[in-house]
Design a protein around this ligand. Structure first.
Ligand code: 6XA
Ligand code: ZN
Length: 341
């Protein structure tokens, strides 16, 4: 296995997110990646290399160029107003309101987001573009013949859609990698999202396409963030009909229910016969996760990795969520260990 990693993730370090009615310290913090890196080293999972630079083209192949330009400028526009704290949006265009991009930075933040838990800081742009480069470097290595890559980056990506951020995510690293694979020779790519939360961004990006199969196992959106996407009856649209499979589970689901859902997803991926599988690897399904309500134990992640590797297709694991900082390294490295055995 090869891990792609850069210290640049530290450049994104939000001070706070709105949670339980208070501005609380961000769960999505640099220590997460530090722990995962330490665990990958300790488990001797193979070489760790720096990403290559791919510029904005692979990013703009997935995200609206106007959104990408906004992300690039957002901190500068915010700081120009004399603000030194993180940039956070405050209101959104709900039913009956108009979708027009405002001129003022506060309005732009609202227009290009869907929650108040995802601060933009001075270093966010540098961190998220490095994250995208990490994912694309992983994809390029698969195209060159590697079979098993881990893209170790943060912040995560699967909530980021074509033109909005939220859920701690700005650029959709898994989607960018999948599109890069398709643009460079692959015919079909499956994205298997095992994060506790539904990958609404990934689903929406590929919803009308049949060259990307999206399969997600997640907490039921009737109970859990992101609330407004991720139901079982969302199966794709037009040519994409049948190429989106949501497997929502109730709060308190443990290994029995989770692995039963994985079997359903596994069968669908095999039927699709992809050239590559991108795994959105969140371990916030862990019983000790501070923001989640599933009950997987650390040993279950070994079985998860092993069953995913049974797909028999080259794999790119992309780090998503997981906030039990003391255990996130063990849980992620267990998936990777399970997959390499
Ligand atoms: C909202 C919860 C954000 C969830 C982020 C995540 N405060 N997504 O882990 O996978
Ligand atoms: Zn998550």
């Amino acid at each position: 296995m090869l891990t792609i990693y850069s210290d640049d993730h530290r450049l994104h370090h939000g001070k706070g997110e709105l949670n339980d009615g208070e501005l609380q310290p961000c769960y999505e913090c640099p220590e997460r990646a530090d722990q995962v890196l330490a665990a990958v080293r300790q488990a001797r999972l193979g070489d760790i290399v720096a990403p290559d630079e791919f510029g904005l083209e692979p990013i703009k192949a997935v995200h609206d160029p106007r959104y990408v330009d906004f992300l690039q400028q957002a901190w500068e526009l915010w700081a120009a107003e004399g603000r030194t704290s993180d940039a956070l949006p405050l209101n959104w265009a709900v039913r009956g309101m108009r979708q027009l991009e405002p001129d003022y930075i506060d309005g732009k933040l609202s227009y290009y987001s869907f929650d108040a838990g995802t601060p933009i800081t001075a270093g966010t742009w540098a961190a998220v573009t490095t994250g995208a480069n990490i994912a694309v470097t992983g994809a390029a290595r698969l195209l060159a013949g590697d079979e098993f890559i881990f893209a170790l980056s943060r912040p995560p990506g699967h909530h980021a859609a074509r033109d909005y951020f939220g859920g701690y995510c700005f650029l959709n690293n898994a989607a960018i990698a999948a599109q890069y694979l398709l643009d460079n020779g692959a015919s079909r790519v499956a994205i298997l999202d095992v994060d506790y939360h539904h990958g609404n961004g990934t689903q929406s990006i590929f919803y009308e396409r049949n060259d990307v199969l999206f399969v997600s196992i997640h907490a039921d959106p009737r109970q859990e963030f992101p609330y407004f996407l991720g139901h079982a009856d969302e199966h794709g649209k037009g040519p994409g009909d049948g190429y989106n499979l949501n497997l929502p589970l109730p709060w308190q689901s443990g290994a029995d229910r989770w692995f039963a859902a994985l079997e359903t997803g596994h069968a669908r991926v095999r039927e699709f016969a992809p050239d590559y599988v991108v795994v959105s690897l969140g371990v916030d399904t862990y019983i000790g996760d501070p923001i989640s309500q599933f009950c997987l134990e650390s040993d279950d992640y070994l079985a998860m990795g092993s069953r995913i590797a049974d797909l028999g297709v080259p794999l790119l694991f992309v780090l998503e969520g997981g906030y039990a900082v003391a255990d996130v390294g063990t849980n992620v490295s267990n998936v990777l260990l399970g997959a390499t055995r």
